[in-house]
Ligand binder design. Sequence first.
Ligand code: ACO
Length: 396
Amino acid sequence: GVDNRKLRGTTGVISYDPGYGSTGSCKSAITFINGEEGVLRYRGYAIEDLAENASFEEVMYLLVWGKLPNQEELDTFKGRLAEHATLPDGVVNVLESLPNTAHPMTVAQTLVACLGEYYDDDSDEETDIIRLLASMKALAAYGYRKTAGKDYVAPNTDASYAGDFANMMFGDADGDYNVSEVLETAIDKLLTLHADHEQNCSASTARMIGSAGSSLYASISGAIGALSGPLHGGANQKVIEMLEEIREADRSLEDHIDLVKDKSSDVRLMGFGHRVYKNFDPRAKILKKAADELLPELGVEDPALDLAKELEQVALEDEYFVKRRLYPNVDFYSGTIYRALGIPTNMFTVMFVLGRLPGWIAQWKEMRDDEEQRIHRPRQIYIGENKREVTPISER
Ligand code: ACO
């Protein structure tokens, strides 16, 4: 008979590339990474420069609309964010209906998926983008307030994006805006550092869903699902859990590294390794320094930070990590900073969502505007059975 496995696709050659490590899925003008040199730039600007000299609002604008805003453009953008900062009542009702035990990433994904249903006008793409950006800080903060049994704090339209989020997260529902500059600046920088990372799993998911003509809300909701995984954004929560586990078990770092190296253990060193960075992740460098400066400033002493630094040292001197070129990634030190800021561990990945949202939107928008893009539809190498007949159930 005919061997179906030899009928490899009907239209041309198919490259077999599991995980798409060598497949360029699009042309993009948003983010540049040089993994060998540890370079990361948004629209040509170095991440170090943006983290130091631009606010997160400016970075959002830069990513989505391609240029740094002038003062007038920034004021207009902030005004539009303020206009859409209050969540529609229906979305708050959906939040209220979710169990308190739901993981904050599930909550975020659910609320983003339904957000668009609660506006009773025919909005255009730009309004959808503004609404989503404006709503995300309340979606994230209210998810936390609900499980903590605290009243929701209304958005403050005069505050910065980072400051408003911090106030809705930690503020007093009846009190005035009261966020320290240290907290606001730290959150602002963290959001900028996470704002885009070209064709990673969640951005590719947003593009993949959007390529079918699906809505912005459907695409970003899917991206949140992708980010929640422990090999992607979920790693920031896993790093802190790993450090706690090492401490509680009183395990030596060498023993933990041995466990990681033992492939049968299925344990990975969380916060280490990256598909693209093979020397260092520039975000991890900035965050390590930020953690060193910020914790004393906040008056926080966290043994997890010292443990993380020691663990990094032990790993970087180990042949296993050297050979595979595994270095700390963005998630390795971010958790110690989130914890020092008072963010609960299961909210860490939602912080990542808050930062990454403009990147996803920029990727989604670029895909929609690109005439060369068509529905994403990878091919496969079929390795299943040849054609066969259904036998009656009594004979199976
Ligand atoms: N701990 C131990 N071994 C590792 C680790 C790790 N963290 N990361 C990679 N390796 C090993 C693999 O076992 C593999 O070894 P082998 O060649 O002997 O089989 C080799 O290094 C290559 O690893 P891959 O899994 O092929 O690398 P890939 O590019 O597919 O994965 C990833 C990258 C997912 C980041 C991986 O390094 C990992 O799982 N890291 C831990 C989770 C993590 O920190 N994720 C956050 C990434 S950054 C982000 O998404 C924001």
